[in-house]
Design a protein around this ligand. Structure first.
Ligand code: NDP
Ligand code: GUE
Length: 299
């Protein structure tokens, strides 16, 4: 079997950010202000802090305003809801992202429901979930949209292909399945109760792994030539002499890349796409909310 080609998510994301930068400059010229993204982080989870810092840097690098709000972990839920309401009303803010997970004393659904759906660049609000399910324009969650962009870039049309999504979370698995269905794939959603997962995965032309279990999907589960998208971000315990453990996906890259036709690496695959799509959604939100026309498919 020949080695799989490596899908360069990092490179594709850089190209997408370049297109976003051009559109953001055009928006500024037309609207007389920069597009703006507000990111809210509650608590001090070190991994979340890294993501939020990266988002801020890349937002500014694309010519948009970044409004960072850091709240202490013990913040009452009512204070977070009040901040979201303030951002909803702020005309300089086009997109709002509340970093998940939230501390356990907060109700995530309630917080997401408070975000104005037209500023919900994560696509997590029920209104956007419903729009995606019924095929109406809205905002689509960044990670699955990034995965579909990589798939279409690699394969062209996805019509008629068998796709298996492993994982059924609201932020990755379910919207991923909806997007693949909209591309006319035959979609199977697998999860922790699925019987004989290896046999289910072996049928797939497209495998999307979003499980949160390091290197769970093995090479002998993959149909030869299939395209494998690895969403998982897992940190292994540090090996001897390492201070930080290695970052790995939900797919056993060493064995899967011997069988697959194409595969995304971790890091450098889906992760960078997530942030680039967030910036894309923000510049799209800015145009929609200001009533300025934009060819969204050209970004
Ligand atoms: N690259 C990126 O930008 C992003 C990466 N991630 C990463 O993606 C992964 C998934 O994230 P997320 O969707 O939020 O995770 P969740 O924990 O919310 O969901 C995990 C899903 O995997 C299923 N699952 C768990 N164990 C198994 C198993 N043994 N066999 C089959 N299915 C199983 C669960 O099934 P059940 O429902 O039955 O419990 C669940 O549906 C994580 O590693 C996360 O860090 C997440 C977001 C963005
Ligand atoms: N409201 C909300 N929206 C999110 O989109 C959201 C969230 N909450 N909570 C956490 C998850 C996770 N997530 C990632 C983003 C970028 C990388 C990323 O850039 N990864 C790099 C590596 C980064 C590193 O080295 O740690 C890569 O894969 O190459 C990963 C994961 C967004 N999420």
């Amino acid at each position: 079997m020949t080695e799989a080609s490596i899908i360069d998510g990092k490179g594709f994301a850089a190209g997408l950010r370049e297109r976003v930068s051009r559109v953001a400059a055009d928006f500024e010229a037309k609207a007389g202000r920069k597009a703006g993204l507000a990111v809210v982080l509650v608590g001090e989870d070190p991994a979340s802090q890294v993501y939020v810092r990266n988002k801020n840097k890349q937002t500014v690098a694309c010519g948009m305003n970044s409004f960072e709000h850091k709240l202490p972990v013990e913040t009452p839920e009512a204070d977070l809801l009040a901040l979201v309401e303030k951002l909803n009303a702020d005309p300089a803010v086009d997109g709002i992202l509340v970093q998940l997970p939230l501390p356990s004393h907060m109700n995530e659904q309630k917080v997401i429901a408070t975000i104005n759906p037209d500023k919900d660049v994560d696509g997590f609000h029920v209104v956007n979930v419903g729009r995606l399910a019924t095929g109406l324009p809205g905002f689509v969650p960044c990670t699955p949209l990034g995965c579909v962009m990589l798939l279409k870039d690699k394969l062209g049309s996805l019509s008629g292909l068998d796709a298996v999504v492993i994982g059924r979370s609201n932020i990755v698995g379910k919207p991923m399945a909806q997007l693949l269905l909209a591309e006319s794939c035959t979609v199977t959603i697998a999860h922790s109760r699925t019987r004989d997962l290896p046999a289910v995965v072996r049928r797939a032309d497209i495998v999307v792994a979003a499980v949160g279990r390091a290197e769970m999907v093995k090479g002998d589960w993959i149909k030869p030539g299939a395209t494998v998208i690895d969403v998982g971000i897992n940190r292994l315990p540090p090996a001897e002499g390492e201070t930080k453990g290695k970052l790995v996906g939900d797919v056993d890259f060493a064995s899967a890349s011997q069988v697959a036709g194409a595969i995304t690496p971790v890091p450098g695959g889906v992760g960078p796409m997530t942030i680039a799509v967030l910036l894309r959604n923000t510049v799209v939100a800015a145009h929609r909310n200001a009533g300025i026309g934009l060819d969204e498919n050209a970004i």
